[in-house]
Ligand binder design. Structure first.
Ligand code: P6P
Length: 347
């Protein structure tokens, strides 16, 4: 190595910022003069849960906790052992954190009330503890999805407090347990990506200001349901087949959306015969992912409507999902001039 290269290498190791998630969020906090640190403490609890779940995911087969737990969740889906374990870990990590009013999970029928607004409950945290868990048996990437809302102390009913449009989220993101453990978060000021260094037990900043590429000829959809999709999606697929697109579908939303975030393309889960409103849940899957994608410069729709603008009515309600690169989402939307094309009744 020449002296010049050696100097450059030394400089990189001395000046390259080694930023942990904790330090990054604290630095973000200073951007908000009135910040009390409560929100930082919540993100700290989520990242701690992510580390604990990552550990269990990596040891699941050795600990013999793969496979079916033997019960159904509120969605009527077979719970996996790891769904129950991840749910317990998150609830314990968030549990008594000051400033949390409500927590709500895909695995629990009703929200858990931790404290009222009058008792200091400022935030609500919603999550899918282990999305795509049925893929764990085969080593496929799975993930935790989280959404943070402000508590509305004026609303007495816990579920109705949570039924806020996605545009009201103060933070959203996910933790992907894949070939590495990736933490992606937005607090409304762009998207940042962290990787867990298991040797030091910290999430380290690997990419600040993540941007979705504006275009990329890849679509991600379960084409087995093609004949059930609304006609607009079928017409788009016919167009994509004629225009050199590739198909990539993992069947784990966090993995499919993470690839779309970094590489571009479009991820879709349209209405089907079994799921007339779409399969994915609005409050703790579509909304957090839509916030990440939009904050990274992409677009996110549910039918003809912007996902983040939808007014939720029930905690576990489902929605169709169309999100990704701005140009690719617009290509799909060109095939949906009417609500019926997108699978919704014409007004
Ligand atoms: P399908 C996993 O079960 C999940 O909730 C998402 O992670 C994923 O995108 C979708 O369902 C896959 O559904 O019907 O294609 O198997």
């Amino acid at each position: 190595m020449s002296p010049k290269d050696a100097t450059a290498a030394t400089r990189a190791t001395t000046t390259e910022n080694l930023a942990s998630l904790q330090a990054h969020i604290l630095a973000e906090e200073t951007r908000h003069p009135g910040a009390s640190g409560d929100f930082t403490w919540i993100v700290s609890a989520i990242q701690f849960a992510g580390k604990a779940i990552a550990h269990m995911v990596r040891r699941a087969r050795l600990e013999q906790v793969l496979g079916d737990y033997g019960e159904e969740n509120v969605q009527g889906e077979r719970q996996q052992h790891m769904d129950v374990i991840a749910n317990r870990i998150i609830n314990r990590c968030l549990g008594e954190r000051a400033s949390i009013a409500l927590v709500a999970s895909e695995e629990d029928e009703t929200p858990t009330i931790i404290r009222t607004g009058a008792e200091g409950g400022k935030y609500c945290v919603l999550f899918d503890p282990l999305d795509g868990s049925s893929n764990l048996d085969f080593g496929v990437g799975v993930g935790t999805i989280f959404s943070v809302l402000r508590n509305d102390a004026e609303v007495a009913d816990a579920e109705q407090t949570l039924c806020q449009p996605g545009s009201m989220q103060v933070a959203a993101g996910y933790i992907l347990y894949g070939s590495s453990t990736v933490f992606v978060i937005t607090t409304g000021n762009g998207v940042d990506m962290f990787e867990l260094d298991p040797h030091i037990g910290s999430f380290l900043l690997v990419k600040g200001g993540v941007r979705v590429p504006r275009a990329h000829r890849v679509y991600s959809i379960n084409e087995a349901y093609r004949d059930q999709f609304p006609r607009g999606y079928q017409s788009y697929l016919d167009w994509a087949h004629r225009n050199g697109y590739s198909s990539r579908y993992i069947g784990s939303m966090v993995a499919d959306v993470h690839r779309t975030l970094l590489q571009g393309g479009v991820f879709m889960y349209p209405p089907t015969a079994k799921h007339r409103d779409g399969k994915l849940r609005l409050l703790y899957e579509a909304n957090p992912m839509a916030m990440v994608i939009e904050q990274a410069g992409g677009l996110a729709y549910s039918g003809l409507e912007r996902t983040l603008a939808l007014q939720p009515h029930r905690l576990h309600q489902r929605t169709s999902v169309l999100m990704g690169s701005a140009d690719e989402v617009e290509h799909v939307r060109r095939f949906m001039p009417t609500a019926a094309d997108a699978g919704f009744e014409d007004d």
